[in-house]
Design a protein around this ligand. Structure first.
Ligand code: PLP
Length: 454
């Protein structure tokens, strides 16, 4: 019987038996315990077969409902459009509600996640001559928030399985000028915050959590974003809580949070006195009205994403071809802004990732590669190393060492292997939607011997 004529159940049985022989022969064994969902074998759609999920409609994102539309209309009619017009407007109200939701004392909103991070760097008094250690596997906003203050962003490599900053490499890269660690909570999951906090304590460093992707995620009984000195979030359109562009800083230290307020308010404090350096990063009332009305139902959507993610992960258990993001002990939930996996081509007859993704897309399921390369490989590096300002503020020996040490091999590997779902919308789909994802992956796996020819 040809493989393409087999049902999924028959194929699993065949593979399981085959895996014994493969193991004996030293070849990579095939997996054998994916739960049977439906009959999805047959010709690949890219080769003319029937797609697993033709014209798939995912839940649309950003989330919109009538309450949000009404809220925008109400704000428009109120003529209160700027946060300083009212102490009870949508921005101050959202700040209170978001702080409550996150289990934090205080919140200061900004116009973006990048601005939130930048506010923290300024508020902590970190400036030219100083260094902040962060991850190269992140959005450019992370780096931007550091270089905007003319600070040196030192890249620590990541863990190849969790995609999170590697605490050992963080510690190796600390110098006498290091002032803070900016761990990126990649995918909306926690870094190894226990280690990061211990390193920060040992070396007397501040911790600014880049939790831009990690709304409501929990680690060791705390919400991600509340573990470091300050935590930053993004409400950019793709995020699990979104208003187009927006951001927030959360924290418990009142004095520090007051500084954050002053920084994002062009250096003017809550009493109206202009007292320090600060850009104007204020969130406007339209953004907060969308956010406020979107908070209703946010926990429910968060729970659905976590349930669906757990289902996907359980379906991929023991399948070596596509391995979900490793979570650190103590992780109880994630935002699932991204559902991240690594593609291991050795289990797909060495077919390049691009062919796997092409075949999968023809089945109706699109996965993304996320970043083409880590940010340590982008031209901003040359820009700062050749800029007069950086050459004035940092010795030539330091800048040379910086360039020489700009290698993050694990990050390079992750960029080559990543295959992920933009999950804010898709992961609030149904169980059947999740099954479609798995069925399409397994169908391509079943047909892996054809991948190199497409
Ligand atoms: C990890 C990370 N950091 C920072 C940012 C910047 O946030 P924003 O786009 O709101 O400026 C993002 C946004 O995608 C992000 O994912």
């Amino acid at each position: 019987m040809k493989k393409k004529d087999l049902t999924r159940r028959q194929f699993i049985t065949t593979v399981s038996a085959g895996s014994v022989a493969a193991a004996v022969s030293g070849a990579i064994p095939a997996f054998g315990n994916i739960t049977i969902l439906n009959n999805n074998t047959g010709k690949l759609a890219i080769l003319g077969g029937t797609p697993v999920a033709p014209e798939k409609l995912w839940p649309e994102w950003p989330y919109v409902d009538e309450k949000m539309v009404d809220a925008i209309v109400k704000t428009t009619r109120s003529r209160i459009w700027c946060r300083i017009q009212s102490s009870t407007g949508t921005v101050p109200t959202f700040e209170k509600e978001f702080a409550n939701l996150m289990g934090s004392k205080l919140c200061v909103c900004t116009g973006s996640g990048t601005q939130a991070l930048s506010t923290c760097v300024e508020a902590l008094g970190i400036g030219p001559g100083d260094e902040v250690i962060t991850s190269p596997y992140t959005d450019p906003g992370t780096i931007s928030s550091i270089i905007t203050s003319r600070v040196l962003p030192v890249m620590a490599d990541i863990d190849p399985e969790s995609y999170q900053i590697d605490p050992d490499d963080v510690e190796r890269r600390i110098t006498e000028n290091t002032r803070a660690i900016m761990p990126v909570q990649m995918g909306g999951q926690s870094c190894n915050m226990e280690r990061i906090m211990a390193i920060a304590k040992k070396h007397n460093l501040r911790v600014i959590e880049d939790a831009a992707q990690a709304h409501l995620a929990e680690y060791q009984g705390k919400k991600v974003g509340t573990i470091g000195d300050l935590g930053c979030f993004s409400f950019q359109a793709s995020k699990t809580i979104a208003c187009g562009e927006g951001g927030a800083v959360i924290g418990n230290d009142e004095e520090l949070m007051d500084k954050c307020f002053t920084v994002q308010n062009h250096g003017t404090n809550r009493k109206g006195i202009t007292e320090r350096i600060g850009p104007k990063y204020r969130m406007n009332e339209f953004e907060a009205s969308i956010l406020l009305s979107q908070l209703q139902g946010v926990k429910e959507r968060f729970a659905i994403r976590n349930r669906n993610a757990a289902w996907l992960t359980s379906r991929l258990k023991d399948f070596p071809g596509l391995v979900p993001q490793k979570l650190y002990e103590g992780t109880t939930s994630g935002s699932f802004y991204l559902y991240m996996m690594s593609y291991h081509k050795e289990h797909f007859e060495n077919a390049p990732r691009s062919k796997f993704l092409k075949a999968l897309e023809a089945e109706g399921i699109s996965l993304s590669t996320y970043l083409p390369n880590g940010l340590h490989k982008e031209p901003w590096v040359d820009h700062i190393l050749t800029s007069k300002v950086y050459q004035k503020m940092y010795s030539s020996a330091r800048l040379k060492k910086y360039r020489d040490e700009l290698n993050c091999p694990n990050c390079d590997k992750v960029c080559d292997e990543m295959a992920m779902i933009w999950a804010s919308g898709p992961l609030i789909g149904t169980r059947e939607d999740m099954d479609d994802v798995i069925n399409a992956i397994m169908k391509v796996y079943d047909n892996r011997d054809k991948l190199n020819s497409i």
